[in-house]
Design a binder for this molecule. Structure first.
Ligand code: URA
Length: 230
């Protein structure tokens, strides 16, 4: 196993034992956890290369999280169920069964999809609360200049969708949004009279797509931080 990185004690225990963060905190607060032989009651204590015991038995260091960049081709669903061809079929990694996609790309969409086994990370990337930007390159039928109206925002059903940035280059539109409701970009384009012919995600936060279609690679810790703009 690669060297363990520094993690909070509650995360260390929840990952190692496969229990929730809440249950892990409870164990710590009820004095059932020792670190290097000493009872610790601070769930936020940073641990690395330490002996962590629960009820007197040492527990194993959790495995490193995995973060993968995939350039998704059309025709694969962003899910982990095996009814159809899923994006997991494209990842030849020994721990592929642990992974889930960070948000979705439609079956006919292509481009940057991150896969991970880190649920906290996924939550942060897809939650509108954290404002992680997503950039798409879209080819439409209709006058691409119409897309500029999306800078003012459009109402779609009960939602109000606004683009943070729009660039029109020939028939290609680059659109940046920081949320990701179901079919959001297609719905936004339809709201200004455009029908999407192809949709490719090219950036999430500070991470740009740089592998060929159908290919994947692991991300470094620094790249993972870049996704969140750090
Ligand atoms: N918006 C869409 O409409 N589809 C996607 O796959 C992603 C964003």
């Amino acid at each position: 196993m690669k060297g363990m990185k520094v993690v909070r004690l509650d995360k260390f225990i929840s990952k190692s034992l496969g229990i929730s963060r809440k249950d892990s905190k409870q164990l710590i607060l009820s004095k059932r956890v020792k670190v290097n032989g000493k009872i610790i009651q601070d769930p936020s204590l940073k641990v690395k290369d330490k002996i962590v015991e629960v009820d007197g038995s040492p527990i194993e260091s959790p495995e490193e999280n995995i973060y993968i960049m995939l350039n998704k081709p059309a025709g694969f669903v962003s899910s982990t169920s095996d009814k159809e061809s899923t994006v997991l079929d494209l990842i030849d990694h020994p721990r592929v069964r642990e992974l889930h996609p960070v948000g979705r790309l439609d079956k006919d969409a292509t481009g940057l999809l991150i896969l991970t086994n880190d649920g906290d990370f996924t939550h942060k990337v897809i939650s509108p609360k954290y404002h992680v930007e997503k950039e798409y390159e879209v080819i439409v039928e209709g006058n691409p200049q119409n897309a500029l109206k999306l800078l003012e925002g459009v109402k779609v059903g009960k939602h109000f969708f606004k683009a943070l940035k729009i660039e029109v280059n020939g028939d290609a539109i680059h659109i940046v949004i920081d949320e990701g409701k179901y079919h959001q970009v297609k719905l936004m384009m339809e709201a200004v009279g455009l029908s999407v012919r192809s949709l490719k995600r090219i950036r999430i936060g500070g991470l740009k797509l740089d592998v060929e279609e159908g290919k994947w690679r692991e991300l470094s810790e620094e790249e993972v931080r870049k996704v969140m703009g750090k």
